[in-house]
Design a binder for this molecule. Structure first.
Ligand code: BEZ
Ligand code: FE
Length: 303
């Protein structure tokens, strides 16, 4: 118990506790047991927070204004509440809870707000850049299960920002670029051209950006390439690969970096032959290997 709690009168503490119990009891009528659990636990934790930090009424009004501003800036292209969840680590905690460690299965990380349905299908060895600016990057690997068996036909979706730090959906035209999907071959192998990932900030012109600035945190994300990998009988994997050596690896604004997801992007000087003989117009290019291991759909007890 802190000194200020000791100094607070027993009557004051009883009043505060009585209110918590009254609100918890008000949710007893919930027919859905999960809804009851969620609302009652939220009440307990929310009141514990309030009783710990003891906001002034002006501070609480500011908090409401902050949430109102988050709602105001949210539309079908901008989701400020996901950003809020991300910068508090709530997205990553939910991912950790729902993607339990299982044998050598590849770790999951944040989906982010820039996934869109309907990306083009590309053949093995095709190019997802569709004209997006950036250095060509050859990506290859295998998809296997935790038993080491290949997963033929796994569907691999990838998306990324261009070298200016923008996803296609952040431009005002209707371009679709730097995203696509492909299917692993009969031995679980896949390969495609992308662009070398570069760092970029999460959208920070709204209340979440103002919060980061107020606490001296950067909005930058470590350079990454997004993957969504799915196959029958396997747990869907939503993840990224990160670039070894990127100085932002230790300060990713959404806590998405896992050591196991950091990969060597090998730089190849201009005029180095490419793996598939593609002419990259005399430019330097990079390459990375990412072997993906999918957990079974029902993981049950951890292996
Ligand atoms: C992203 O990786 O694209 C992203 C993730 C979380 C918040 C904003 C962007
Ligand atoms: Fe991203």
């Amino acid at each position: 118990m802190t000194t200020s709690e000791q100094n607070r009168t027993a009557e004051q503490q009883e009043r505060e506790q009585a209110l918590v119990e009254q609100v918890v009891a008000s949710f007893e009528t919930a027919k859905d047991p999960r809804l009851k659990q969620l609302t009652q636990a939220l009440t307990r934790h929310l009141h514990a927070f309030l009783r710990e930090v003891r906001p002034t009424e002006a501070e609480w009004a500011s908090a409401i204004e902050f949430l109102t501003a988050a709602g105001d800036i949210t539309d079908d292209k901008r989701q400020e509440f996901i950003l809020l969840s991300d910068v508090f680590g709530a997205s990553m905690q939910t991912i950790a809870i729902n993607n339990e460690a299982y044998a050598n299965a590849t770790e999951a990380t944040v989906l982010g707000p820039f996934f869109v349905e309907g990306s083009p299908e590309i053949p093995l060895g095709g190019d997802i850049s569709f004209g997006a600016a950036g250095q060509p990057c050859w990506v290859e690997g295998t998809v296997t299960g935790t038993d080491g068996e290949p997963v033929p036909g796994a569907r691999i979706e990838v998306w990324e920002a261009d070298e200016d730090g923008f996803y296609d959906v952040q431009y005002d035209d209707d371009r679709m670029a730097a995203r696509g999907h492909l299917v692993a071959d009969e031995r679980g192998n896949y390969r495609f051209w992308a662009i070398t990932p570069t760092p970029y900030p999460i959208p920070h012109d709204g209340p979440v950006g103002a919060l980061l600035a107020a606490v001296g945190r950067s909005p930058m994300r470590a350079s990454h390439l997004h993957f969504d990998v799915r196959a029958d009988g396997k747990r869907t994997l939503i993840t990224h690969i990160f670039v070894r050596g990127d100085e932002l690896l230790t300060s990713d604004s959404v806590f998405g970096v896992k050591d196991s997801l950091v990969h060597d992007f090998v730089e190849h000087p201009a005029a180095t032959p490419t793996p598939d003989g593609r002419d990259v117009a005399g430019r330097a290019w990079s390459s990375v290997r990412f072997d993906i291991v999918l957990a079974p759909a029902q993981t049950g007890v951890c292996a």
